[in-house]
Write a protein that binds this ligand. Structure first.
Ligand code: ATP
Ligand code: MG
Length: 302
């Protein structure tokens, strides 16, 4: 049933609402020329492949998590605007067949011109940054102190942007200097400052609640007339960030993912890593759902 497990493509064409994109997890519609509708489905991906069944409740949790973060960020950094208009089902869809499928998992947002950078902030050295560091002693081309261990916390979080690749292509890690060339020095500097400030407040908030946010990715819109940058997309979810359970953190090795570890371990164990068309077992669905609910509960209660 669509209402409980909408992982298949959602069609709002019968309501004259055009779909403009379908990502691994979210579907994006155009409500009018100023407003987009983001719908987070229950789809989940691991090792770059989308599983054929979903995690009931995941889309709603991710939507509510972003909304909670937006509100916390605004309370701490009131000068930073974000794109969220609200999480209500749009009026034109109220009372329709799709209303229940959209409830809780949709976000109406103001539409902006997007700055073509993935604004990544890294608080801990892991993933592609750890690989580069082992090979060259740098992170996104910038030198960092020698002798770091895997998963070690950086003394100061690093802004490590990447390009925003077209669908199917891979993002490329770039240096802050290269980012300034791509989007202009003023915009790049502003995005760097704001990204670090948001990451630091979220990292500290989450750490007090038992979650390490190792790194995260933001996106920004731009108001061309004023040069102001606006925080857009989803923020600080396990889909856009690495969440680690604090109680299991140990420097010198790779860390467990708070949300996806159970699924990843199962895929590896069953020889299904990277394979298309895989259906998760009931246990994997249940355990993974439990992790997402726990992450939300630790951060914002409930
Ligand atoms: P993936 O599933 O790998 O994340 P994706 O990034 O193409 O793929 P989504 O994350 O679902 O898929 O797509 C969201 C898109 O919407 C991004 O291209 C993002 O830049 C864009 N976007 C986010 N917020 C806004 C906004 N306020 N105005 C315009 N575009 C936005
Ligand atoms: Mg995306």
């Amino acid at each position: 049933m669509a209402a409980t497990q909408p992982i298949t493509a959602l069609d709002l064409a019968p309501y004259n609402i055009k779909k403009i994109a379908s990502g691994k997890v979210r579907e994006i519609f155009e409500l009018d020329s100023f407003t987009l509708l983001f719908v987070a489905t229950d789809r989940i991906s691991a090792y770059d492949v989308i599983l054929t069944n979903g995690i009931p409740g995941k889309g709603e949790l991710l939507t509510q998590l972003s909304a909670q973060w937006f509100s916390l960020i605004t309370s701490k950094l009131p000068s930073l605007r974000n794109h969220l208009v609200g999480t209500d089902v749009p009026d034109v869809l109220k009372g329709t067949d799709v209303e229940s499928a959209l409830r809780g998992r949709s976000m109406q947002v103001r539409r902006y011109e997007i700055v073509p950078l993935e604004s990544i902030v890294r608080g801990y050295i892991t993933g592609s940054a750890w690989k580069e560091y082992q090979q060259h002693g740098t992170v996104h081309g910038t030198s960092v102190p020698a002798g770091l261990q895997e998963s070690q916390r950086f003394e100061k979080a690093l802004w490590t942007p990447s390009t925003k690749a077209e669908a199917g292509e891979h993002d490329e890690n770039i240096s802050p200097d290269r980012a300034a060339e791509l989007v202009g020095p003023k915009v790049a500097k502003k995005i760097e400052e704001v990204s670090l400030a948001v990451y630091e407040l979220a990292r500290d908030y989450a750490a007090e609640r038992g979650i390490i946010i190792a790194d995260t990715k933001f996106e920004f819109g731009l108001i061309p007339e004023t040069g102001e940058v606006v925080l857009v997309d989803e923020v600080l979810t396990p889909d856009s960030s690495r969440f680690w359970p604090k109680e299991k953190y140990e420097v010198g090795k790779g860390q467990e993912s708070f949300d996806k570890q159970f699924l990843r371990d199962w895929l590896v164990r069953e020889g299904l890593k990277g394979k298309e068309g895989v259906e998760m077992s009931g246990e994997v669905v249940a355990e993974t759902g439990r992790r997402y609910r726990e992450a939300f509960g630790r951060l914002f209660g409930g």
